[in-house]
Write a protein that binds this ligand. Structure first.
Ligand code: KG4
Ligand code: ZN
Length: 361
């Protein structure tokens, strides 16, 4: 439940906190959205030997590092805690232990300082990143079409305004980042697999294997990636026993990435057509999430956008993957709209963008 807070109307500096997965991140932005300080600590080292994020380890690491990172960010911004106008924390969706750590820290600080606390939907933070005034594009105006592609999410969203999100299509099974990670694992690449797979694909022949293009040519803009992942697994099962030759692995990586690129381009054409019909004022396609770091995907989406008269807005890589600048910025947008949240606002593992409580009060 969103409630108005007496101190919420004037925008001032906001502290943003991100702890929904395996990045501990804090950022201080001034009321105009300029980044005054940011800190990000990835937990790759803690989780690498398990081949994925272990929720309990993640939560404990957030607890260990968050307080000192927040202190350091405020010091770098040249600010005392009392100078903050509000504290915003990612409160879902994500791993519940980490969310509780970040949200509780933010609430404690807000309570002590008598400042508003703002519970941020992590997906909204990704969705609004492109509106940061400091970006080259100068901050995109509503409405726009968002393609959110990360390890946990794969969806098209019509972003109509703050708190007004309409899902146009989504994955029926795996998220695209998850598919990258699983195929990378099959190829023996280190976790997280996406970046390693992209590097390997650059060395291979993408036409060597004719992998399936799930959903291509179908109406609508849903995705499916589990069949593509299975096709790679079958290819490997039929390969000669023993370690894969490097060139062979590179050809598989390149063939997989090309299949993903072609599927995303096809789905994006449909999504743009659907979006343009219902939002004739929109001219921007925004990508967000870790997979938006992939160069081949960016290039294909830029071409799909241009073919439909849209421009592609791809935030810089550090703002595509999980970070706290986006959380602080979403906090500023909500603070400007006079919003804040009560201290009993519950962090939650699932929190769809189009949930009823995302709408402004
Ligand atoms: O948004 P993000 O940092 O975390 C969440 O999942 O919320 O996204 C991480 C995902 C992982 O699945 C990772 O493998 C993928 O993004 N990823 C990539 C690339 N960089 C990161 N996938 C393909 N190509 C990349 N260059
Ligand atoms: Zn994310």
């Amino acid at each position: 439940m969103q409630t108005a807070h007496p101190a919420a109307s004037g925008a001032g500096p906001v502290l943003g906190i991100e702890t929904s997965c395996d990045e501990t991140a804090v950022a201080v932005l001034d009321g105009a959205g300029r980044v005054l300080a940011e800190r990000l600590r990835t937990q790759l080292a803690e989780h690498a030997r398990f081949g994925g994020v272990v929720p309990e380890i993640a939560a404990r690491a957030h607890l260990v590092y968050l307080p000192e990172m927040a202190r350091a960010a405020l010091a770098e911004a040249g600010m005392a805690p009392g100078d903050l106008a509000a504290i915003a924390a990612a409160s879902g969706p994500g791993l519940i232990g980490g969310l509780i750590v970040g949200a509780s820290f933010a609430k404690g600080l807000a309570l002590a300082l008598k400042k508003p606390f703002i519970a941020i939907n992590h997906l909204e933070a990704h969705a609004l990143t492109a509106r940061l005034p400091g970006l080259a594009a100068g901050g995109v105006a509503f409405p726009y079409l968002l393609l959110l592609v990360s390890g946990g999410h794969c969806q098209f969203v019509a972003v109509e305004g703050l708190g007004r999100y309409r899902r146009l299509g989504e994955t029926l099974d795996d998220a695209v980042g998850e598919a990258f990670d699983k195929v990378a694992k099959l190829l023996g690449l280190p976790w997280p697999g996406g970046p390693a797979l992209e590097r390997l694909a650059a060395l291979g022949d993408a036409r060597r294997y004719a992998l399936p293009r799930p959903m291509r040519g179908r109406a609508g803009c849903d995705f499916s990636f589990s069949g593509l992942k299975t096709a790679v697994a079958l290819l490997l099962r039929d390969a000669a026993p023993g370690p894969l030759a490097p060139a062979h692995a590179a050809d598989i990586a390149a063939s997989f990435q090309l299949a993903v690129v072609e599927v995303l381009a096809d789905r994006t054409r449909n999504a743009l057509a659907l979006f343009a019909q219902s939002h004739p004022a929109g001219t921007s396609l925004v990508i967000a999430g870790g997979v938006a770091a992939n160069r081949a995907i960016r290039e294909a989406l830029a071409a799909s956008a241009a073919a439909t008269g849209f421009r592609l807005i791809a935030p810089p890589l550090r703002l595509c993957t999980d970070n706290a600048v986006m959380v602080a910025w979403a906090g500023i947008e909500r603070l400007r709209a006079g919003q804040s949240d009560p201290f009993d606002h519950p962090p939650r593992p699932r929190w769809p963008l189009d949930a009823p409580d995302m709408a402004l009060a």
